[in-house]
Design a protein around this ligand. Structure first.
Ligand code: G6P
Length: 443
């Protein structure tokens, strides 16, 4: 890395890429990136060219000597990389629309990272991530694999259990977004705020919150109970929490907990969206079309503000902060998906957890937490069981495991419907599930 850093971004044609490029430009003094390789598949080539040209204009405008390489040859790109980031969507948004619409058809929550949709997004994605992890020891043995691809918890679990490359971290924008929102609601600068996050990806709780080292947990619980001050993300309706529930829970739920504690209310909303063709995936498809029209403009050389309408806004802060802290051996605290190693005593040591970590050049080390409160440990363990069985189904292509994963997910409400939904989703996504080829006939 003496001559500058080489970063490889797989899924480089994503509409989110300009945000990542902006993050790298902002941090160039502390993180001198020499080469950014944007990699995509043949089907994503047009998007890659559009995004790549914008990235080049952004770097030129900033007057930085950062080379932007565009390629569909993943192995060529990986050679000699220092950091590999992954942000792909296998099957593109068309597949996400199915992940969200098909469960609703069966009267269940449709969501791309949990429930039936999360299982299928995981089964399409995990084999591809494992191939990358297999290439890395040969082509870039020292590089960190930094995954943002959802479902990030299940994907990190699979990479830790079945991958060939041990330097793996899962990243999500949720902790950073929560911190930014709470800092704004508390009226303090974000640097003064610390949150003790612990749990799993999209299933993480804030166990305590401090401003300048003093706990403000009760104040935050009051904020969370105020219907006018909801903490959410662009992709999740900010349905207000029942104040009595928040007070008795006594810790901070994340926006995704609404799917588990407000299942009926969200389902009602989703049934409406299903009828009007306005599920989140369909809204995002529209937004993406608009973004790509903007990106094509040869005069555009910055990230357009419309990108902040996406749920993943600020993911680049999470990614760039991590890369910078490893590169600069900073030793700061970041919330990441890593091997538990005993930090959360309710969960297996070898499983992926989302937890605060100290980040140095040796990578992230989880800060020990101990036991989770009894009120939440059961749900967290249940989701971890789901992720493990889902990861196993993704790797083995076993129909039985897929059915088991589907049925034990708390958002799947009937074993009989689970099987029907599984069959319909396997058929809908078969192009992207080669590991199930032989299994589809045994049903
Ligand atoms: C949240 C999550 C991300 C997810 C995104 C979806 O921010 O933390 O993991 O990718 O929402 O947003 P979208 O705009 O695609 O619905």
């Amino acid at each position: 890395m003496e001559n500058g850093i080489k970063i490889v971004t797989i899924g480089g044609g994503s509409s989110y890429t300009p945000e990542f490029v902006e993050g790298l430009i902002k941090r160039y003094d502390e993180l001198p990136v020499r080469e950014l390789w944007l990699v995509d598949i043949e089907a994503g080539k047009e998007k890659l060219d559009i995004v790549g040209s914008l990235a080049r204009r952004m770097v030129k405008k900033a007057g930085l000597p950062m080379e932007i390489h565009l390629t569909t040859d993943r192995r060529e790109a990986l050679r000699g990389a220092d950091f590999v980031t992954t942000q792909m969507r296998v099957g593109q948004l068309k597949a996400r629309i199915q992940d969200e619409r098909l469960p609703i058809k069966y009267g269940m929550i449709g969501q791309e990272t949990n429930g039936a949709g999360g299982l299928f997004k995981g089964m399409r994605t995990i084999p591809v991530l494992l191939e990358i992890s297999e290439d890395m020891p040969e082509l870039c043995p020292d590089a960190w694999l930094i995954n943002f691809t959802n479902p990030a918890g299940m994907v990190t679990e699979a990479l830790l259990r079945y991958g060939s490359h041990p330097k793996v971290v899962g990243v999500c924008n949720l902790p950073i977004n929560t911190k930014m929102t709470l800092a704004r609601l508390l009226g303090v600068e974000v640097e003064r705020l610390e949150i003790d996050f612990a749990g799993l990806n999209h299933m993480v709780y804030g166990l305590d919150v401090r401003v300048d080292g003093e706990s403000v947990l009760n104040e935050v619980l009051d904020i969370m109970s105020d219907p006018e001050k909801q903490v959410s993300m662009k992709n999740i309706a900010p349905l207000p929490w029942e104040p009595g529930f928040i007070k008795s829970l006594g810790i901070i739920p994340c926006p995704y907990h609404r799917y588990f504690y407000k299942t009926g209310d969200i389902l009602e909303k989703q049934l409406e969206e299903f009828k009007t063709g306005t599920t989140r995936a369909e809204v995002v498809q529209q937004l993406e079309n608009e973004l790509f029209e903007l990106y094509k403009d040869e005069h555009l050389a910055v990230k357009p503000p419309q990108l902040e309408e996406r749920g993943g806004a600020y993911y680049s802060d999470a990614a760039c902060n991590l890369i910078s802290s490893i590169y600069n051996d900073r030793g700061d605290i970041q919330t990441l998906n890593v091997r538990n190693d005993g930090a959360l005593s309710d969960l297996p040591r070898e499983s992926a957890v989302e937890v605060n970590c100290v980040v140095t050049k040796a990578g992230p080390k989880p800060v020990p937490v101990g036991e989770l409160p009894v009120s939440v440990s059961g749900l967290v363990q249940q989701i971890k069981s789901f992720e493990r069985v889902a990861a196993e189904a993704s790797v083995t292509g076993s129909y039985e495991k897929a059915l088991l994963a589907m049925t034990i997910n708390p958002l799947v409400t009937s074993d009989v419907k689970a099987k029907q939904l599984l069959d319909e989703m396997l058929e809908a996504h078969k192009e992207y599930l080669p590991q199930f080829d032989g299994e589809l006939t045994h049903r």
